[in-house]
Design a protein around this ligand. Sequence first.
Ligand SMILES: *Cc1c(COP(=O)(O)O)cnc(C)c1O
Length: 416
Amino acid sequence: MPAHVPNQVPERDRSRAADAVVTPVYLDYQATTPTDSRVVQVMLPYFTEIFGNPHSRSHAFGTAAETVVETARAQVAQIIGADAKEIIFTSGATEANNLAIKGIARFHQGDRSQIVTCATEHKCVLESCRALEQDGFTVTVLPVAANGLIDLDRLEAAVSEQTLLVTIMAANNEIGVLQPLAAIGAICRAKGAYFHTDAAQAVGKIPLDVTAMNIDLLSISAHKLYGPKGIGALYVRRRPRVRLAPLLSGGGQERGLRSGTLPTPLCVGFGSACVLAASTMEEEAHRLRKLRDRLFNGLVARLQHIYLNGDADRRLAGNLNLCFPGVDGEELMVRLRDLAVSSGSACTSASIEPSSYVLRALGLSNEAAHASLRLGLGRFTTEEEVDYAIERLAAEVNRLQARRSVDGWRRLGTVE
Ligand SMILES: *Cc1c(COP(=O)(O)O)cnc(C)c1O
């Protein structure tokens, strides 16, 4: 077996029901995932033994590194149906999104001048678009429906001969909803606009095909799919070729689009993580869906007031975003130190937002947004952990909700 392909032995036996639950229980898989230990094993030799600069082609140290980097590139390409030549390694999805949006705008400056995006995009997409307004671009931010999905008729009406780029995410990091990529791609193709999708939460979780979906640019992050932090990729279509201006000046690596020495161990780990995710995708989605439904149904059975944020069906198998009317999410998290959950997006909690802009975009009140928690399940989540989370969440939410009058709960809940 070549060194870059992880062995397929499951790292721990989930069937041992006698396993005690170790706390805190990690239920924040949309914020990040642990690097799979099989991936770590594959990475290790590339820190010390095979340490050459992959761009130093004049000797064996360099070419050994180059060979495994190119294998990794092909592995990343495969998971989205792309060609290896269409993959540009970056430091993560934040950089990939910046390169896609600013790169295409700067290359085509003076050409088409409109960019279309949506209200629930990741901050790095929204802020990249905002930055381009300074350069004379017009940014159209589409609203979403109460279920978190964009309205295709609205998108079609917004896209014109002036539209350079449409950037709509594949899966939302807070509410897990899946946007209709193929339909969006078809609209973009018909109008001659480029289509970029931030697929950081979707790659390795749902099937993606850049050709079938008419995707021109696609961003990936390794640490959302059990790979290492600090690496990601941008898919850039070759036929017909999508042209970008680079963000970094330097040695011209990555076909001139991303200068800098590639981190060989991270590239190798990223590739391995993609191979693992692709080989287990269907089975894992099925397992997670069952666990997620068990969690939701367990809570619904124990709580009188609970709402699901975002579409119930068109969402990631491992995501729940729940509103517990009358409860302060921050207070609930303090009481649930034994559960690692999130009250919003980990990426925005560094800034001071009155409440989640994603939940507000679904029409939730400030108070309902504050009463919401994101629960993310993943590869290492067990049934025992889910059962533990049900009991702990139900106990604390019931305690907090008992302090409030029932009046107004309807009003505080979702918009349904
Ligand atoms: C995590 C995430 C990002 C940022 O990815 P990094 O690799 O951490 O920079 C961007 N978009 C979405 C949807 C994400 O979930």
